[in-house]
Design a protein around this ligand. Structure first.
Ligand code: ZN
Length: 495
């Protein structure tokens, strides 16, 4: 429990953040810069939700009349620090977005114009990427009308926030001149949809990872959110997305190229997720064949390095993808010791991503299940089943039936160049009194209420909660708990 003095210190920390947010809000109010209305409303939502969220925990753990039972694993200070970290991180992002927009719009000169154009294009693309998932759209996955705000940062990432339907997407500074780096956006949108979508299996609401079979090995289960975002990305932007992600994997050195970081599919395997999704949707068959050739061509160039790495690391006949935990080792096509060569020969991933050892799952060790010999494929099929009405599209809308692989980038570049002329506005989040709107749509909730009022609001109302319940509140439907998730992979991952 927290003593009176401790509560006092935590209160001062929260108050510092709230003061700063109030100052920002006042300075943005009425400013004639685009998207300022969204930032102003966003701060209103963050302050209202942050106050309620913080108060729930600080009073819940206060000495005297505690309403929350302590967890052995997560002390009260952990919960309070996590909340203030989240609020501080979002505050920094809001400030960064505002500063970039103000700078781009209030100064003249070519570089500022280029920045403004890039931000408008990024906003437009992020909003387009959401289109199929909005309520009442074909895909109809999101719970409420959602808008976007983009900004520059060292690498791509997304802030998943619980207090307002705004996706905060960071794009790398390199987008200023290099348009293909904007292709990080659909993948980042995928993370948002993963956390804020409403999914159904057998007519029951379900969280995405809950659809995976019990025997799914842990290493693949840990990749599921990334696999989801990859599949969603290729459904949005099509073959050019697959090509860009092939190129991104080349940024890894050989050791990391075959490594499982515990979150992302190993780089050597990741492009197959895109190919498999395109094949399953039966779209762009010629481009998919070319993309497969292209990846095999890349792998051939890396063959010697990968083989050398495995020869140095392993003496057995099996080629292992390295994992952090011994128990999560899996084999790449055990009959071939030269992995890259096997891939180069055209073996599809469902042939070489096999489980050859006992599988560790949350319920213990299980022998390899024939059904799960191809766990990545099973994961991909499950993602597609979660998005039954989502169509496979492309950027741009229409592509030539086939051609040189670089035409995909050329077509994408022209598509992006055309955006500023379209003058397509992205709807703002707006706060009118106590009512929130996205564009013309009344969200029918006030600042401070979450998208998940049924669960979080109910728990917050009750008090006297055990650790499992208050951890659900703390988690706040995926409120990002740290900085860009791709930091661990040097920003290559995109989120
Ligand atoms: Zn990601």
């Amino acid at each position: 429990m927290l003593s009176v003095q401790e509560v006092n210190v935590w209160q001062k920390r929260w108050q510092s953040l709230d003061d700063h947010l109030a100052r920002l809000s006042a300075s943005y109010d009425g400013r004639d810069v685009s998207r300022m209305r969204t930032l102003h409303a966003l701060i209103g939502c963050l302050r209202a939700f942050g106050a309620k969220h913080f108060d729930f925990f600080v009073t819940g753990f206060a000495e005297g009349a505690p309403k929350l039972q302590e967890s052995l694993k997560f002390p009260p200070q952990f919960a309070l620090a996590a909340i203030l970290d989240q609020i501080a991180y979002d505050t920094a992002v809001i400030e960064q977005i505002a500063n970039q927009r103000i700078q781009a719009e209030s100064r003249t000169g070519d570089t500022n114009r280029a920045m403004l154009t890039a931000l408008r294009r990024a906003d437009y693309l992020a909003h387009q990427a959401l289109k199929q998932f909005q309520p009442q759209s074909n895909g109809n996955i999101l719970r409420e009308k959602t808008t976007v705000l983009t900004y520059f940062q060292k690498s791509a990432s997304v802030r998943v926030i619980p207090y307002a339907p705004v996706v905060l997407v960071a794009v790398p500074y390199s987008c200023l001149r290099n348009q293909r780096d904007l292709l990080a956006i659909p993948h980042e949108i995928g993370h948002y949809v993963y956390w804020h979508g409403s999914f159904v299996k057998d007519n029951k609401p379900v969280f995405p990872s809950a659809v995976l079979p019990e025997v799914m090995p842990d290493w693949c289960r840990a990749w599921f959110e990334e696999i989801f975002a990859d599949v969603l990305g290729v459904l949005v932007a099509g073959p050019v997305m697959a090509l860009d992600f092939q190129d991104l994997q080349l940024n890894f050195n050989i050791e990391d190229f075959v490594k499982d970081d515990g979150d992302h599919p190993a780089a050597i395997l990741r492009p197959y997720i895109y190919l498999k999704a395109l094949e399953q949707k039966e779209v762009y068959p010629d481009w998919t064949a070319r993309l497969r050739e292209n990846w095999q061509h890349y792998l051939a160039k890396r063959d010697a390095g990968v083989s050398q790495h495995f020869n140095d690391s392993h003496t057995s006949g099996e080629v292992k993808v390295e994992t952090f935990a011994e128990s999560r080792k899996f084999a790449l096509r055990p009959q071939h010791s030269r992995t890259a060569k096997a891939l180069q020969e055209g073996a599809p991933p469902d042939d070489f991503v096999k489980v050859s050892e006992a599988i560790t799952t949350s319920s213990g060790l299980l022998p390899p299940d024939p059904y799960l010999k191809r766990p990545i494929d099973i994961a991909i099929l499950n993602v597609l089943a979660l998005l039954p009405k989502v169509e496979a599209k492309s950027w741009p809308d229409s592509l030539p039936a086939s051609g040189d692989i670089n035409q995909l980038y050329t077509a994408f570049d022209s598509f992006v160049q055309g955006i500023s002329q379209n003058e397509v506005a992205v709807p703002d989040l707006m706060l009118d009194g106590d009512t929130l709107y996205v564009g013309d749509t009344d969200l029918k909730r006030t600042p401070g209420e979450t998208l998940f009022r049924d669960k979080i609001e109910e728990l917050m109302g009750r008090g006297n909660l055990g650790p499992d319940d208050w951890l659900t509140v703390l988690h706040a439907a995926g409120w990002t708990t740290e900085g860009p998730q791709c930091e661990t992979t040097g920003g290559v991952c995109v989120g």
